[in-house]
Write a protein that binds this ligand. Structure first.
Ligand code: SF4
Length: 331
């Protein structure tokens, strides 16, 4: 992994959606989908964003890509601020950040052959001039994702789920992206196919120096491919750490609860048992203080009124947002 400056920097990013209703259809409330999220990713690095469904992790990805505009905050790609660019100025930056979605079947046009699916971004971004150049680039993309070149004449439905996801990855690579956002990209696949796609992503990262933002609810998969992990709960990052630290010494009670639900390969290995009860509260009216206090077995009075800030604990790179960090260990 490179030590260069971050390729992607996200500062205090917010995305609030208006809830409309009433007789006049005006705004009656807000969904606080993402509520002040800060992180960065270097070239050649994978940062995983994990959390339960509804925690805002997919909205983070969509907001970075400007598939939806942010409410507040800043996003920089390679030092250039992109959250406030006009559509015309955003276009060349879009070439550099691509997405792989969970369901390749719905994100690949069923009426297009693979050749045309892979040629489309090359043509749209003006990256090729001739038909022979397109054919060469498409063949190279098929090699990169380990699909046979002679499959370019087939339609998406003629491939397995794992192969379709390889086509999705090839399409993301086509315009020469530096950053790939994988939004639950392996969640729908069988276990063995998941591992193959994760290995492919790791190999491509090594070969091309890609930065990966890996959005997933599956901590077992994340453990195999990530360098760092950001744990989100109700629109906020509650813990951020390198992989080894997060999986060996998780700090935040929510992270510990998530990890305790992950099967341990070694049955003799010890892991805290902490069962999460109740559902994630609504992001329309999130709990006051610590948003996790309604489900946290360690909650005390301060948790219900004062929001804990994400701050370094121990190692400078390890951050957690919990009042337990600031009180004596008797709690
Ligand atoms: Fe639990 Fe309080 Fe820490 Fe929140 S701040 S995680 S409620 S102990």
């Amino acid at each position: 992994m490179s030590d260069a400056r971050p390729l992607l920097e996200v500062n205090a990013l917010k995305k609030h959606y208006p809830v409309k209703g009433g007789l006049l259809g005006g705004e009656t409330a807000k969904v606080y989908a993402v509520d002040g999220v800060t992180f960065s990713i270097k070239r050649g690095e994978t940062l995983s964003v994990v959390g339960e469904s509804g925690c805002g992790k997919s909205t983070v990805g969509k907001t970075i890509l400007r598939l939806t505009d942010p409410t507040d905050g800043e996003v920089f790609l390679d030092g250039e601020r992109i959250d406030n660019l006009s559509a015309a100025r955003l276009r060349p930056m879009r070439r550099r950040m691509q997405v792989v979605f969970q369901d390749p079947f719905s994100s690949l046009n069923p009426r297009m052959r693979v050749r045309d699916i892979l040629a489309e971004p090359l043509v749209n971004f003006g990256l090729t001039r001739s038909r022979s150049e397109i054919d060469d680039r498409v063949a190279g993309l098929m090699d990169k994702v380990r699909l046979p070149r002679d499959a370019i004449g087939r339609f998406p439905h003629e491939f397995s789920g794992g192969q379709r996801q390889r086509i999705g990855i090839a399409r993301a690579l086509a315009p020469g992206a530096d950053l790939i956002i994988c939004d639950e990209a392996v969640s729908a696949l069988d276990v063995s196919v998941k591992a193959q796609i994760v290995n492919l992503l790791s190999d491509l990262q090594d070969e091309l120096g890609l930065a990966l933002l890996f959005i997933s609810h599956d901590l077992a998969i994340v453990e195999h491919l990530t360098h760092r992990v950001a744990v989100m709960y109700l629109g906020k990052i509650v813990e951020l750490a390198d992989r080894r630290t997060l999986f060996s010494t998780p700090h935040h009670p929510y992270t510990r609860a998530l990890l305790s639900a992950v099967p341990v390969p070694d049955p003799t290995a010890k892991r805290d048992r902490m069962v999460l009860t109740g559902d994630v509260p609504s992001p329309i009216n999130p709990p006051t203080g610590c948003r996790f206090h309604t489900r946290c077995p360690f909650a005390f009075d301060r948790c219900r009124t004062e929001e804990p800030m994400l701050r370094p604990i121990g190692d400078r790179e390890h951050q957690s947002a919990c009042h337990l960090d600031a009180v004596p260990a008797t709690h």
